[in-house]
Design a protein around this ligand. Structure first.
Ligand code: ADP
Ligand code: ASP
Ligand code: MG
Length: 447
């Protein structure tokens, strides 16, 4: 039996009609045995607000009411509306309690428990929609298998434990029912709920596909595949039929929101082909991501990642000295910060950091700056966007740098990284220039 894991994102489970479209996809494809859902569109953003800001009781209630409205619009269309409402109400009651707790505690642990409520509701409702359409859908709590560490907000999954748990709890039921479960959430060794980072449902689905030895992973979203750039930024963007694992992973890493950056790690590790398509238009095709593809063009796509932080550390002591960078990196590592791009000169080093979307706290905190200042001068710049030109053989092809920068003579390029990878050329521009730069480059290379 072919075994497919299908993931449906927030817009795909935003309301009853959207859920029905997804349910029909599942009904039409007998190989889909595990379904991973995100929270209904908008719900996680509301939950982030509830978990982070000190709002008045009235404001908090207004947000909880908005979440309830999104979910009740779905239960309204269910035959078993009363039971569904009861399920939603139980989670909303837990949410209310958690928000009260967070008012005084302000912990990352409670924040994760709050954030998990969206997927908990959407998955329960989706299982009901499936059954309403006479497809045997069974709700499954992914936390029973998705064992993580306790790094709340960006928990790391224990893939060995996941595999063992799946063998015990999930694999035995694959033949009999379509398992409906949550993306994005997990549980640590002490029983606390964790989350894998914003947009993490894609990654959850990939991890589950790997753990159950699936033949295929499908990511159903609101666009008909992976485009040459974000179609919201460039109207001329077009879908790519086939793309290699490596190219798609570069795109995800450099901000193409269509895939969570880590999604392809399990897929590549276990050679699981991935399909990306639109749950609105399941029959128009989509993008297949595979190990080998027939064409590997020099220019494949352009990605934009907003909210980048550039840190420049400067120290005359660095001249001809050794060990300076090691000390800088030791400080960054002690704060679990991961550096993206690096350029160096004789006495200074420029480093970039990604601020994940939806995060309100800057990654470079005052504490980090204070510690770095013990070593050197530190300059922090925000409001930058990273533009990545992604392709193949970019180091071997002649004139890539000239072609890219000649196309955008007006851009205020702040930093360039070219040379480490054959598959990307990256640079930073001021945030307000980012979209224009992407449009211009896209139209230059792809239209
Ligand atoms: P979901 O809720 O289904 O996970 P997301 O909003 O996270 O959906 O991702 C889909 C969105 O990703 C698209 O609507 C599109 O705007 C954006 N996107 C960014 N880059 C690309 C790209 N290269 N190709 C397609 N979509 C992209
Ligand atoms: N619901 C989560 C988010 O909005 C996870 C996901 O949708 O992938 O970030
Ligand atoms: Mg997403």
């Amino acid at each position: 039996m072919m075994l497919t894991v299908a993931k449906f994102g927030g817009t795909s489970v935003a309301n009853f009609d959207a859920m029905v479209r997804c349910a029909n996809i599942i009904k039409n494809r007998a190989d889909i045995r595990v379904v991973v859902v995100s929270a209904s569109a908008g719900v996680t953003n509301h939950l982030v607000t509830l978990s982070q800001q000190s709002l008045s009781g009235v404001e908090q209630q207004a947000i909880i009411d908005e979440i309830a409205t999104i979910q009740y619009a779905i239960t309204e269309c269910l035959f078993d509306k009363d039971e569904a409402n009861q399920e939603v109400n139980e989670i909303l009651a837990q949410l209310t309690q958690l928000v009260a707790e967070q008012n005084t505690l302000q912990t990352a642990k409670t924040a994760d428990a709050i954030l998990s409520c969206g997927e908990q509701m959407s998955s329960r409702l989706f299982a009901r929609v499936l059954r309403q359409l006479e497809c045997q859908g069974a709700y499954f709590d992914v936390r029973d298998v998705m064992t993580t560490n306790s790094l709340f907000g960006k928990a790391v999954v224990d893939t060995q434990a996941l595999k063992m748990n799946c063998q015990q709890l999930l694999s035995p039921q694959l033949q009999d029912v379509v398992t409906v479960t949550q993306g994005f959430i997990g549980r640590d060794g002490l029983g606390s709920t964790t989350t894998l980072g914003r947009g993490g449902s894609d990654y959850s689905a990939a991890l589950l596909a790997e753990a159950i030895n699936a033949d295929d992973l499908q990511i159903w979203t609101d666009v008909v595949g992976i485009f040459t750039t974000d179609p919201r930024i460039a109207k001329s963007a077009h879908a790519i039929d086939e793309i290699s694992f490596g190219e798609a992973a570069e795109m995800a890493t450099f901000g193409a929101k269509i895939l969570h950056p880590a999604t392809l790690i399990p897929a590549i590790r276990s050679s699981i082909p991935v399909f990306v398509g639109s749950s609105r238009e399941p029959d128009v095709g989509g993008t297949r991501i595979m190990e080998t593809v027939s064409s590997k063009p020099t220019y494949r796509s352009i990605a934009l990642r907003r909210q980048q932080t550039l840190v420049t550390v400067k120290s005359p002591a660095m001249l001809h000295a050794s060990g300076f960078l090691a000390k800088v990196f030791a400080i960054l590592a002690s704060h679990e910060l991961s550096v993206d791009l690096i350029t160096t000169s004789e006495i200074s080093v420029a480093l970039t950091f990604d601020n994940p979307p939806g995060s309100t706290q800057a990654v470079i905190t005052e504490k980090v700056v204070e510690e770095l200042e013990q070593l050197c001068e530190v300059q922090v710049e925000n409001n930058l966007s990273l533009v990545a030109v992604i392709g193949n053989g970019l180091l071997r092809s002649q004139g890539v740098g000239t072609q890219v920068f000649d196309a955008i003579p007006e851009a205020n390029v702040r930093m360039i990284c070219h040379g480490a990878s054959d598959n990307n050329l990256c640079f930073l521009v001021p945030e307000q220039e980012g979209e224009q730069v992407v449009q211009t480059l896209h139209d230059n290379f792809f239209v």
